[in-house]
Design a protein around this ligand. Structure first.
Ligand code: NAG
Ligand code: NAG
Ligand code: NAG
Ligand code: NAG
Ligand code: NAG
Ligand code: NAG
Ligand code: NAG
Length: 411
């Protein structure tokens, strides 16, 4: 008995050494994962970047390049990055052969194959022409930390199941055709970055974990006020919600979040005046509030040029020293009234500054015609929001003294 045991130990010893050094020295991929990678090559319709892959390829030893990276550990793929060349050249809402994978492509079969790489921690599939709705089986990637599927043609809603992927640290779904509401992601406590830019998501502001450091919602269809809950996002470093339809006042707290370095609120319909005594946190290095409907005086922290901070505030109705990059105050009140008021209650305009105002009216009427269906739909919502208009930034000045100014009588 004892002898047998010793003998087996002698045989075991080299085996133990081998196992200990395997992850460091040789990472031979299991044959099943080899097969999956070849299947992925086929399902992606043999893109240039995967050319030369055969059943003899040692995938774990391919030299990494900016467009292809495979990392293995214990005979499993743990990181897969494939960056293709299928660039969007024109505005498409449906697939076209030169920009997307062919009509035969099935995103469902693709993810069925892909999720068999069950040890993946990082997955980046960019500009590959993937099209179709993101299947909810994506949740099978139970240990995935980084998901980057930007610049494809993935449409429909973001699947609810993504909210069960508790390991996620970074989610980049940017530059796709996602629409509708973002599922509740408050339970993803490890999430540090979410980049949903250039989709059609909305109209609600997504429910997100307070631990996020970077929130990028640029160029979507979000139509709401800046949610007060953001006050509790005390790790936030980058916040970009530009090019949406964000309404109402800019709450002061947003300029003093402790770690916020980059704040982009440009190209929305933010209105009202900023408090003159507004103060910026010292770490805030970039602020863009341009192309909104802000009125009143420019707070000194925005106007001052002494620091290294970049502040952009053009194309509002602010009373700055040089007015050549601001609209007249009537513009902001008018557009805002169109955005949040029912069209029926609008009054007739007085005749002062007629030349200037006539031009604006022309534009506004055009806008009104375009926006009638939208306005009718928002009216119900704005009724509810009106109650909570913010008192402490309604300091009196010559332009406006109301969070939701009425159509003006005395310009
Ligand atoms: C590898 O592929 C070639 C043809 O591409 C095939 O003939 C060969 O049987 C394959 N080998 C294995 C081990 O699958
Ligand atoms: C996602 O991929 C894009 C394109 O390669 C890249 O610019 C971006 O940095 C990636 N993001 C992450 C978090 O990996
Ligand atoms: C968001 O993702 C897009 C596409 O990958 C990228 O170009 C952009 O730089 C990202 N934004 C930030 C702030 O990381
Ligand atoms: C999302 O887009 C699809 C068409 O791709 C459409 O059928 C669906 O109604 C849209 N959903 C929402 C919530 O807008
Ligand atoms: C906004 O996103 C759409 C896709 O949803 C894209 O076609 C368009 O170029 C983007 N606009 C800007 C200014 O980035
Ligand atoms: C700014 O002024 C208002 C009223 O004058 C005051 O209530 C508020 O506390 C001041 N804020 C700061 C940061 O000084
Ligand atoms: C601005 O930045 C430069 C270097 O980027 C630094 O030397 C300088 O001290 C900074 N100035 C202020 C006022 O922070």
């Amino acid at each position: 008995m004892k002898k047998n045991f010793l003998v087996s130990l002698v045989y075991l010893f080299p085996a133990i050494i081998l196992v200990l050094f395997t992850p460091i020295s040789s990472a031979q991929l299991s044959t099943s994962e080899n097969r999956i990678l070849l299947q992925i090559q086929k399902l992606l319709e043999y893109p240039q970047v995967l050319q030369g892959w055969t059943n003899l390829t040692n995938f774990c030893y391919l030299p990494p390049s900016p467009s292809l990276k495979i990392v293995c550990s214990n005979s499993h793929v743990t990181e897969l990055t494939i960056i293709g060349t299928k660039k969007k050249t024109k505005l498409v809402s449906w697939r076209s052969d030169d920009e997307t994978l062919s009509a035969r492509f099935s995103i469902d079969s693709f993810f069925t194959a892909l999720t068999k790489l069950s040890n993946l921690k990082g997955l980046s599939l960019v500009s590959l022409g993937l099209w179709g709705p993101l299947p909810s089986k994506i949740k099978r990637f139970w240990s995935l930390e980084v998901l980057n599927i930007s610049s494809n043609f993935i449409y429909g809603g973001i699947p609810q199941s993504i909210s069960s992927m508790k390991s996620l640290r970074s989610v980049v779904l940017a530059d796709n055709l996602f629409n509708g509401s973002v599922p509740d992601l408050r339970k993803l406590a490890s999430l540090e970055e979410i980049n949903l830019s250039d989709n059609k998501l909305g109209p609600e502001f997504p429910l997100l974990s307070k631990n996020l450091e970077r929130i990028i919602l640029r160029n979507n269809s979000i139509r709401c006020q800046i949610p007060p809950q953001l006050k509790h996002f005390d790790k936030l470093e980058l916040f970009d919600i530009s090019s949406n339809v964000i309404l109402g006042n800019i709450p002061s707290f947003i300029f003093s979040l402790p770690f916020l370095k980059y704040l982009n609120l440009a190209a929305n319909q933010l209105s009202g005046a900023l408090p003159v005594n507004l103060s910026f946190s010292s770490v805030l290095m970039f602020v863009d509030i341009s192309h909104n409907l802000l009125v009143g005086e420019l707070p000194s922290c925005i106007g001052s040029k002494s620091s290294n901070r970049t502040t952009l505030y053009s194309w509002n109705c602010l009373s700055t020293r040089s007015l050549d990059d601001q609209y007249p105050s009537s513009y902001c009140q008018r557009v805002e009234a169109l955005a949040v008021k029912p069209p029926l209650r609008r009054r007739k305009e007085s005749k002062t500054q007629l030349g200037l105002i006539l031009g604006i009216i022309g534009g506004a009427v055009g806008l009104l015609v375009l926006m009638v269906p939208l306005i009718l739909c928002i009216f119900k919502k704005s009724k509810a929001e009106k109650v909570g208009s913010n008192k402490d930034i309604s300091r009196s000045h010559k332009f406006s003294d109301h969070a939701y100014p009425r159509p003006s009588k005395n310009i």
